[in-house]
Design a binder for this molecule. Structure first.
Ligand SMILES: Cc1ncc(COP(=O)(O)O)c(C=O)c1O
Length: 375
């Protein structure tokens, strides 16, 4: 059997990794400033992460959601405490798309409506409703196009108001910092007005924190930069540091009932152990604060590079905009400078998503390599 060929691959075969260094099958080391699409939050092979997963595997790796799993309760409590979102309830699933799919479904259950407002350049995943709210025609099949979704620009409050006043909208889904789209952000003023209008019109506000959550933006959640309160928050990526896990934080005002949501694998013992260890490391090593400080250090250094037209993002969710497409630069960085970076829908933006425990020396190494590649 061959693999279904959907990924254009870089010619690199990682075989081991530690911290922010990845080693390939020829013994070459690479600096990882991308974390496999923002997934590696506490660094590769963190000792506490390995210990927790090994210990858990020796006890019990999986049983279904038909029996008690105290690790889920411990995780919900810890997440509520660290994120400042203890007034939400937690539903665990396996990926970002699944988290958004469940969030959209809940919004439709809750309001009895079905149209969704999403934003230009959004990315929310590849499942049915999640992909329909993703602004990319190419990855939406005819079956997905049956969903009713309206895409609007950020910060156009009059247009937004007109749309939501039609009365058929169940949810508004947004990224506080767009990931795949290229690091654009809505303004605080806009998000506050969106929040008010959602409340008045019985519309569920969904903050997609799949990429920006778990400390990456320099606050635990990126929406917390804006003093708003979403009804639902979705999480995945950095949550498991590579272990597939996702979640939906559902405000206490939305009631649960048996069977409303469900999953076989979601919230299994190993996923909980992985997430609990990530939270413990984030707390012990002060990684939210580190993301903020190192993000500022990065932005300051990046602003001095003449080829950089604009710096984007917050914390360690960063982008560098050039006046040329970055595909060739990324190839140079990976094959000549041995540095992993990311691209975006905006082809002129280089995406930077390192682990949250990097330090200034790592950043200096990054800029040294970038400067050579740009020269
Ligand atoms: C903001 C956002 N939401 C959802 C997703 C989908 O997550 P997953 O690939 O885990 O389904 C992504 C993935 O890049 C994302 O960046």
């Amino acid at each position: 059997m061959k693999l279904f060929d959907v990924y254009p691959l870089y010619d690199v075969t990682p075989v081991s990794a530690k911290g922010i260094v990845i080693t390939d099958d020829k013994g070459q080391d690479y600096l990882d400033f991308y974390g496999g699409h923002a997934v590696i939050s506490i660094g590769h092979a963190h000792p506490l992460y390995i210990r927790r997963l090994k210990d858990q595997l020796n006890k019990i790796g999986f049983y279904s959601n038909a029996v008690h799993n105290p690790l889920q309760v411990e995780l919900a409590n810890k997440l509520g405490q660290i994120s400042g979102c203890s007034q939400y309830n937690l539903f665990l699933c396996n990926s970002g798309a699944e988290a958004n799919e469940n969030a959209l479904k809940l919004a439709s259950f809750e309001t009895g409506k079905s149209r969704v407002i999403a934003f230009n350049n959004s990315f929310h995943g590849r499942t049915s409703a999640a992909v329909a709210t993703t602004d990319n025609e190419k990855i939406n099949a005819p079956i997905n196009k049956q969903q009713q979704v309206t895409f609007l620009p950020f910060n156009a409050i009059t247009t937004f108001k007109k749309e939501i006043e039609k009365g058929d909208v169940c949810a508004v889904i947004f990224e506080s910092i767009q990931g795949v789209g290229g690091l654009d952000e809505p303004s605080t003023e806009f998000l506050k007005k969106v929040g008010e209008l959602c409340k008045n019109k019985n519309v569920i506000l969904i903050a997609d924190e799949v990429q920006s959550g778990f400390g990456r933006s320099g606050k635990f959640f990126a929406f917390q930069h804006h003093d708003i309160q979403p009804d639902i928050i979705t999480i995945a990526k950095g949550m498991g540091n590579g272990f597939p896990v996702g979640g939906v934080l559902i405000h206490g005002s939305i009631e649960a009932s048996y069977g409303k949501l469900g999953t076989t694998f979601g919230g299994n013992h190993l996923a909980c152990a992985a997430t609990l260890s990530v939270l413990e490391v984030i707390e012990k090593e002060g990684l939210v604060e580190n993301a903020k400080d190192l993000g500022n250090y990065f932005l300051e250094k990046a602003s001095k590079i003449p080829q950089v037209q604009r710096t984007k993002g917050k914390g360690l969710m960063l982008g560098l905009e050039f006046d040329f497409e970055v595909a060739e630069l990324r190839k140079k960085l990976i094959y000549e400078q041995f540095l992993f970076t990311g691209g975006a829908k905006d082809k002129n933006v280089l995406r930077i998503l390192p682990a949250l425990n990097i330090n200034k020396e790592d950043m200096d190494l990054f800029f040294g390599k970038l400067k050579i590649a740009l020269s």
